[in-house]
Design a protein around this ligand. Structure first.
Ligand code: SF4
Length: 464
């Protein structure tokens, strides 16, 4: 389904009033189509006069995979909201949240330790914090009282969005008696409980997972029935198969997402749940292999259309690859991840401190930043706008050139910060040294090819 800026423009007020901050309605329409702004930023559209156009625009721009939210306030999580099947067509929206399980047969100290680990788990990757997102509370004992106690402990400990897991309506009701106002996601409605569980879902207005492992036609039929019944905040669980049936899982997810995005099937236009969770029971695979399986299955599910994952392991080596992979999948494929160009200072630089040059590719910048901080160097770092390309690619594509360096030095008034006239350029830009001296009038020192060598270079060669 291709939407052009003209399609959107035709439904805007077309007064070019500028209230949205754009020069005209066409510029605004282009940004809407590119996902860079939303129609809510056009105030005139929300007056009575344009109510018909607004309805049409909302219909036109609705994602093919519906957005579903659980949790409340600033902690709410939105999943789904996808417009396309393939990432290169348009940026994927709503990165796959990872929920970690707690079960009502766990000892209180284990529950507390796992909650703390989920809250504290954080890793900074190219300047962005990567964190875990949700807790999935599982009824293992099948005892409503035990389940309610678990939910109560969790509610007293944190505000993280919850998933309540049981196919028994009385157990879910026990959990909801404690946490309904936190709008948890209910897991799950099945062919056997759909009437009783459906009533609970309608009574508490909670989103729900519809589960039919291995049977896509049953899954679709359940969704259709529930939709007709007035339930619309649904998540699909086609089943996650482990070991030698992983291919089936990927096939099913792909079939569902294709049906939504290519055939516009409204009953498959919902987020997909993946459950790579693998709790070791002392049998079959060893504990180590069990966790390996959870890790690679999670990665495959993030790649192939899972909009939400439930996992068990809290080991860094299992979770970090998922968080970094998720980060990569959900960035805009049309734009390299970049930082703002400009002058950064490290430590307490003075007029005799070194001046280094780098690109504004985020991975390059944060690596250089980390190496400078580790080496405890007082210096100025000039971050040049290379269009988000790394140094090597930017030099090859002329996005980092002697002229660009000269322009940046001048525009950023670098000459005012220091009394010397020496620039340290990256080793990967060594071939620009002569030209840069001519363009800038500054002497050039060629730095190391790898920024981990900056500390040693400064110690050995500065002042020049
Ligand atoms: Fe056009 Fe709306 Fe922007 Fe005004 S606020 S210029 S009507 S898009």
């Amino acid at each position: 389904r291709e939407i052009s800026p003209i399609d959107v423009y035709k439904l805007l007020p077309r007064t070019n009033c500028g209230e949205c901050g754009e020069a005209n309605c066409m510029a605004f329409a282009t940004k809407v189509v590119n996902g860079e702004t939303s129609i809510v930023n056009c105030p005139p559209l929300y007056t009575q006069k344009y109510s018909k156009e607004l309805d049409k625009l909302e219909e036109l721009l609705a994602p093919l995979v519906q957005s579903v939210s659980f949790g409340t306030g600033g902690n709410a999580i939105t999943i789904g909201g996808k417009h396309v099947l393939f990432r290169h067509e348009f940026t994927y929206q709503n990165p796959t949240p990872i929920a970690i399980d707690l079960s009502d047969d766990m000892a209180p100290d284990v529950i507390s330790a796992r909650i703390k680990r989920v809250i504290d788990f954080s890793y900074t990757y190219i300047g962005r914090p990567l964190k875990l997102d949700s807790l999935a509370l599982r009824s293992v004992t099948k005892d409503p009282t035990r389940f309610r106690e678990l939910v109560q402990i969790v509610c007293n400990s944190c505000q993280i969005p919850l998933i309540l897991c049981s196919t028994e309506p009385d157990i879910i009701a026990a959990g909801l008696s404690v946490c309904a106002e936190r709008k948890p996601l209910i897991f799950a409605i099945t062919k056997d409980n759909w009437e009783t569980m459906g009533e609970l879902v309608l009574r508490y207005s909670c989103p729900v997972v519809v589960s039919a492992p291995g049977d896509l036609s049953l899954l679709r039929s359940l969704v259709k029935t529930l939709k007709e019944w007035g339930i619309d905040q649904m998540v699909l669980d086609p089943g996650t198969y482990h070991s030698d049936q992983i291919g089936k899982t990927i096939f099913q997810n792909t079939a569902i997402r294709k049906a939504a995005c290519k055939d516009f099937d409204p009953f498959f236009g919902y987020p997909i749940l993946g459950t790579p969770i693998s709790v070791w029971n002392g049998q079959e695979l060893s504990e180590e292999l069990n966790r390996w399986q959870e890790a690679y299955l999670a990665s495959m599910l993030i790649t192939r259309y899972a909009d939400l994952l439930i996992m068990h392991s809290l080991e860094g080596w299992v979770l970090l690859p998922q968080l970094i992979w998720r980060f990569g999948i959900y960035t805009d494929p049309r734009k390299p991840v970049s930082v703002d160009p400009g002058v950064r200072t490290f430590g307490n630089p003075d007029k005799n401190s070194p001046v280094l040059i780098t690109s504004n590719y985020a991975l390059t910048f944060f690596t250089v930043e980390s190496d400078i901080k580790t080496a405890k160097i007082d210096c100025f770092l000039i971050v040049i706008d290379t269009g988000g390309l790394s140094v090597e690619a930017a030099v090859a594509g002329r996005y980092l050139s002697a002229v660009k360096i000269a322009d940046s030095i001048r525009d950023m008034n670098v000459g005012d910060f220091v009394i010397h006239r020496y620039l340290i350029i990256p080793g990967l830009a060594a071939r620009l040294s002569g030209e840069t001296e001519e363009e800038t009038g500054w002497r050039v020192l060629v730095g190391p090819r790898d920024s981990s060598g900056i500390g040693q270079m400064i110690r050995e060669r500065w002042p020049p």
